[in-house]
Ligand binder design. Structure first.
Ligand code: NAD
Length: 415
């Protein structure tokens, strides 16, 4: 199968939305492409004394509603089109959550797993030296993403502060707590997703204390989703997976114990009392809620007809193809689309910026309460729009988000 270009998908999704909104073709043309992108070559001195030149990007998709916001990925398969797609989705995500921010994204083609701590630190600092001229608290605020960590954010913030000649905590989020990070950032993506699941369950009449759950991917998003589904709702997690395999236990898995098992053995496989199933079987289980929390394009037109979950809560970015979306919608599967479901991360990142500017830090409970309000409001805006236009939840999320960006562009006199 040909590799799907995520940016082509992002553009197709926008085109669908433009049709629903009868968007002016000129405005649509502006929104189909990033407003600015910087491609950089990053020389790094490696531990063996040699110099290696890495390729990096920073894409600022649209900043009509405020400074751009979006993570930095370090990945060997990073491409400019992935960064563009993610920057577009960040634009719609920030708008949907009504954050005063635009959308951006960054990336470096590298494999940090094969680099020493020192090499990683030099790469982080060199990346900021290169993109520093276009980022900053009032311009563009990066954060962690795949294979980038709070420690890396600390190095990047420090480098930017050195360039600026003053502390610039608000220039990067996802920092360690001891260096201006926010309480509640660790599990924010999963927690935010669960607030939307709670609202969806009310809408569909699902009793969450009796609900069954399957989770694809047991990393930051998937692990916390499984744990919080148990502690917040009393739901039963029956199946989980990671890149090495999937496990099922009809009687329910102890999510935290599976996490400990994975920490020890580096996989969820062979968890005592559970049986192995295939990834395809996990996705097609007869459960109340399915959390894709790993990769893009896992629900396609091929397997969508066999998805039996009542709710698909997309913690991963881009897990469902546009063709599969149509099939799920026709079959009555309630999809909570990615840039709504996984928006808890950027929302708490925004809270981190606010706390950095205030130099006053909130308790975790304050963060949860504010996050709940943001996620619940956004979920209902999408649900109401989906009913009003008789469109699926993803199209509805686009309609809400794009309308707000267009309004900001109009008010600024850009269009
Ligand atoms: P992570 O690296 O912590 O975890 C990813 C998990 O997916 C790992 O357990 C890995 O083993 C598993 N995985 C990889 N390939 C798999 C496969 N073929 N089948 C099953 N599992 C597989 O990453 P994360 O931060 O949890 O991110 C997961 C997804 O959520 C990504 O799409 C990411 O963009 C999205 N997301 C994450 C956040 C966040 O704050 N962490 C925010 C928004 C969106």
């Amino acid at each position: 199968m040909a590799k799907v270009n995520p940016f082509a998908i992002a553009q197709r999704q926008l085109d669908q939305c433009a049709k629903i909104l009868h968007l002016d073709p000129g405005v649509q043309a502006i929104l189909r492409v990033p407003s600015r992108e910087l491609h950089v070559s990053i020389p790094v001195r490696m531990d063996d004394g040699s110099i290696k030149v890495f390729q990096g990007f920073r894409v600022q998709y649209n900043d009509a509603k405020g400074p751009c916001k979006g993570g930095i990925r370090f990945h060997p398969d990073e491409t400019i089109d992935t960064v563009r797609a993610l920057a577009a989705w960040m634009t719609w995500k920030c708008s949907l959550l009504d954050l005063p921010l635009g959308g951006g994204k960054g990336g470096v083609i590298c494999n940090p797993k094969e680099m020493s701590q020192g090499e990683q630190e030099r790469l982080c600092r060199a990346y900021i030296d290169q993109v520093g001229r276009i980022i900053g608290p009032e311009k563009d605020v990066p954060a962690p993403d795949v294979y980038t960590t709070p420690q890396m954010m600390a190095w990047m913030m420090d480098e930017y502060s050195k360039i600026s000649g003053k502390n610039q905590f608000g220039t990067i989020t996802g920092k360690p707590l001891a260096l201006g990070g926010s309480a509640g950032r660790g599990d924010a993506t999963a927690r935010g997703g669960l607030f939307t699941v709670r609202e969806a369950a009310k809408e569909l009449g699902i009793n969450l204390s009796k609900a069954t759950i399957a989770v694809q991917g047991y990393g930051n998003a998937g692990y916390y989703a499984a744990c919080l589904a148990q502690t917040m709702f009393g739901a039963k997690v029956v199946a989980v997976s990671d890149s090495k395999g999937c496990v099922l236990c009809d009687g329910g898995l102890d999510a935290e114990a599976v996490g400990k098992h994975k920490a020890k053995t580096s996989t969820v496989c062979n968890f005592p009392g559970a049986k192995a199933i295939s990834d395809a079987e996990l996705l097609e289980l007869d459960v109340d809620i399915l959390f894709p929390a790993a990769l893009e394009n896992v629900i396609t037109e091929e397997n969508a007809p066999r998805i039996r979950a009542k709710i698909v809560a997309e913690l991963a970015n881009g897990p469902t193809t546009p063709e599969a979306d149509e099939i799920l919608h026709k079959n009555g599967v309630h999809v909570i689309p990615d840039f709504l479901c996984n928006a808890g991360g950027v929302t708490v990142s925004y809270f981190e910026m606010v706390q950095n500017f205030y130099m006053y830090y909130w308790e975790a409970e304050d963060v949860y309460k504010r996050l709940d309000k943001k996620m619940t409001t956004a979920y209902h805006a999408v649900l109401n729009t989906s009913k009003k236009f008789n469109i699926n939840m993803r199209q509805a999320a686009y309609v809400v988000a794009v309308e707000r960006v267009v309004e900001a562009m109009k008010l600024r006199g850009w269009v």
